[in-house]
Design a protein around this ligand. Structure first.
Ligand code: SAM
Ligand code: SF4
Length: 326
């Protein structure tokens, strides 16, 4: 079992399959982003070996992310391999949805259970401005394909950016009247690459909630305010779906954190918002034994930072969000 020194049981691993992406969202990476050569990324057999190692340590919940995970060649086979690993109870993916229309069915057949799809606005022009060149209709087709394939419950991730889509939060929330989706509003977090933009254009969850309440009426808090993963959950009167608020900046949820991340270049990242990492891929490629790798993981998890220090102005600047995997 992987426990940290604060008594948290860490059993949720987010694996970034690639830092490459087919969009360039303004809050995530610069337009002229350079990506890693493929040889520096974990290969399929390396990802499968790490999956086995982590599941042997009690990790049972896995999420694939990126960059954009669906641009990775051979993703369907890779997912089959991950779901066939003993101990993997839950496998989900965070995706921009662009390629889901074609991939949703094969991914489901390979054993993927659920998807979170990022969609910040329903306005085609504002969508293109936020993603720098994305086509809204591709993502909408991807969402519907995911639903038809049974990759449910569908969660929609909305990063709210002042001056870009803050006027759209009511319309995004309105989706829950007709769809049994969870529409999750995410406070923008600062990383390398776009730090000033991320700090200046952030919209707090209190402001988002207020805008939704003004447009659509007061949503009721569910679960007595207990977090569902990292989200506080609400429901609008008469809605079939629900709303989630992920407020890492104004309401950190570090005490309840159960997760670790594996970056696409094989580093164990212990906190999304801290620079501390443990290199696992270099030792693996240099011939370390499974027992040595296992010990590196256990030591890393034990020393997982308590949480972030955004309130003190401490920003992790060694990677962009897309390089860590959200
Ligand atoms: N490409 C996939 C996608 O967009 O869903 C997966 C990777 S992306 C880095 C994972 C999530 O992080 C997405 O929901 C994205 O909107 C979110 N994200 C990116 N940059 C962010 C930031 N600066 N603050 C908060 N969330 C961010
Ligand atoms: Fe790509 Fe996702 Fe980052 Fe947008 S948020 S640039 S889709 S990795």
């Amino acid at each position: 079992m992987a426990n940290d020194r604060f008594g948290r049981f860490i059993h949720y691993l987010r694996i970034s399959l690639t830092d490459h992406c087919n969009l360039r969202c303004v809050y995530c990476m610069p337009e002229d982003m350079t990506f890693r050569p493929r040889a520096e990324l974990m290969q399929d057999d390396e990802i499968l070996l790490f999956t086995r190692l982590f599941s042997d340590l009690g990790f049972d919940k896995f999420r694939l992310t990126g960059g954009e995970p669906t641009v990775r060649a051979g993703i369907v086979n890779l997912i089959s391999g991950i779901t066939a690993t003993a101990g993997v109870k839950s496998l989900s993916m965070t995706t921009n949805g662009v390629l889901l229309e074609r991939l949703a069915q094969p991914l489901k057949q390979a054993g993927l259970q659920r998807v979170n799809i990022s969609l910040d606005t329903l306005d085609p022009q504002r969508f293109e401005r936020l993603t720098r060149w994305g086509k809204l209709e591709q993502v909408m087709a991807g969402i519907h394909a995911a639903e038809a394939a049974g990759l449910a419950p569908i969660k929609i991730n909305v990063v709210v950016v002042r001056g870009y889509n803050d006027q759209d939060v009511g319309e995004m929330a309105r989706l829950t009247y007709q769809h049994n989706w969870q529409v999750r509003f995410i406070e923008m977090m600062p990383f390398a690459g776009q730090t000033n933009f991320q700090k200046q254009q952030v919209v707090s969850d209190a402001e988002i909630l207020e805008r939704i309440a003004k447009d659509l009426g007061e949503p009721a808090i569910l679960n007595h305010g207990v977090l569902d993963g990292e989200a506080r959950i609400y429901r609008l009167p008469g809605a079939v779906g629900n709303l989630g608020f992920i407020s890492s900046v104004t309401h950190p949820f570090c005490a309840a954190c159960t997760r670790a991340r594996l970056t696409s270049d094989g580093k164990l990242r212990l906190c999304l918002l801290k620079e501390k990492e443990v290199d696992l891929l270099t030792p693996l490629r240099a011939g370390s034994s499974l027992e040595e790798l296992r010990q590196l993981i256990l030591d890393g998890i034990w020393n997982k930072p308590w949480g972030h220090d955004l309130a003190k102005g401490d920003v992790a600047l060694n990677r962009t969000m897309s390089e860590i995997g959200g």
